[in-house]
Design a protein around this ligand. Structure first.
Ligand code: NAP
Length: 382
């Protein structure tokens, strides 16, 4: 019996604080806030209206003993201490050793692969479920494809060999932590060019398996399935890898010849083409003028944000299945904080083997149902 069900590690950060606030709003009891400064944790606890007796745990990412002591007290750790490639490795190791479940918001695929190689076996042995990418990247994409493929198999007896993920709308901003994570990935690739190959591979997270050639999605193009122009989507290199890992971990229910890409819908006709070309040249996270760690979109931006994703499944006989995933709140923070908190709560109710998982592979339909019932997501297939 452990003291807590959930510890939110990084509760003083921009996203961690939202996760803690969400747990308070849900009336969570067996939980604690953790971070590297007790004074800052106490300040945030009072600011978010958490009960005064909410437990506060001090653990520094540079101090493995403090991490081991923290993870021994809980069934699951929710961590928003990022960039993960700078601060996350010792925590994954501690959870894998202690049999403690772990969920994060990682969008750093080279580090994820290193963690799979280093800790998958230990997590299998201890029973720890390590689940990366429990936010906007990659849950709506991972579960969107899973939902479409469930329908394809039920309706046609086979999975769709080709699925297109298309972001129709996405309203929201980004935080300092997200900008720092992308910059850390670029800096690591500049230091170690071999990482570029891993980052470019859609199968970077499926050790020992490579499927067919996948569309690169690097240039604007006209998409005949939508009659619209589409542009490169900044999160595609992360999500597509997670979708292929879900297929891999589940024994390839989408087939070993599965082809998947993600692009942003830019618009129709000449205007759509011009917009797609402009988007392809843009990199909003590259500027130094963006938010600093601890900063992110305002409450109003979070509450008025939303997203709408279309997944188009193309069957060999020409039939088509559409799955639409929508979410209230801005994708990166308002919706993400609900998704990661609900992932932790869902994991507590899910029996499965230990290992390094994806949300879709380890929680699948129960997580989808929970997000629809409690977190403002909707999944519709026609
Ligand atoms: N996948 C998604 O959809 C998604 C969405 C949102 C965020 N994210 C990711 O989530 C992460 C957090 O983003 P954010 O904007 O919330 O970042 P942030 O505001 O900078 O928060 C970072 C947190 O890490 C803590 N921290 C830093 N160094 C530490 C150390 N040595 N030991 C212990 N704690 C330490 C900070 O503590 P102090 O307060 O003491 O500085 C803070 O609590 C990033 O990696 C970002 O990419 C992903």
């Amino acid at each position: 019996m452990r003291d807590f069900d959930v510890i939110v590690y990084g509760a003083t950060g921009f996203t961690g604080r939202l996760v803690a606030e969400y747990l308070v709003s849900r009336g969570a009891t067996r939980w604690a806030m953790a971070g590297r400064s007790r004074a800052k944790l106490a300040e945030v606890r009072d600011l978010i209206g958490a009960p005064a007796d909410t437990a506060l745990i001090v653990a520094n990412a540079d101090d493995p003993a403090s991490l081991a002591a923290m993870v021994a007290q809980t069934r699951v750790v929710v961590t928003t201490v990022g960039p993960y490639q700078l601060y996350g490795g010792a925590l994954v190791a501690a959870c894998a050793a202690a049999g403690t479940d772990y969920v994060d918001l990682c969008g750093e695929p080279a580090w994820m692969r290193q963690m799979i190689d280093a800790h998958h076996a230990a997590a299998q042995a201890s029973g720890a479920r390590i689940v990366f990418s429990c936010g906007f990247d990659s849950i709506p994409f991972d579960l969107g494809v899973l939902t479409l493929q469930d329908h394809a198999r039920a309706r046609y007896g086979i999975p769709a060999p080709r699925v297109k993920g298309r972001v129709r709308t996405m309203k929201g901003g980004f935080s300092g932590g997200t900008a720092a994570s992308l910059k850390a990935t670029l800096a690591a690739a500049a230091r170690e060019p071999s990482l570029l190959k891993l980052l470019a591979s859609p199968f970077a997270l499926t050790p020992g398996f490579s499927g067919p050639h996948q569309p690169l999605g690097l240039l604007p193009e006209y998409d005949g399935s939508l009659n619209a122009w589409v542009a490169p989507f900044i999160m595609a290199p992360i999500n597509t890898k997670s979708v292929h890992r879900t297929n891999f971990l589940l024994g390839h229910p989408y087939g070993t010849d599965f082809v998947y890409d993600e692009m942003l819908v830019a618009g129709l006709g000449d205007m759509g083409k011009a917009a797609a070309e402009a988007i392809a040249k843009l990199n909003p996270l590259a500027s130094d003028k963006g938010p600093k760690p601890g900063e992110g979109p305002s409450k109003e931006e979070r509450e008025t944000g939303h997203y709408d994703l279309l997944f188009v499944g193309l069957m060999p006989d020409g039939a088509r299945i559409d799955t639409v995933v929508t979410g209230d709140r801005d994708p990166g923070y308002g919706s993400t904080s609900k998704m990661i908190a609900e992932s932790a709560l869902c994991l507590l109710k899910t029996e499965s083997a230990g290992g390094v998982w994806t949300p879709g592979a380890v929680m699948g339909a129960p997580l989808r149902d929970r997000l629809q019932a409690r977190a403002g997501l909707n999944f519709a297939t026609g």
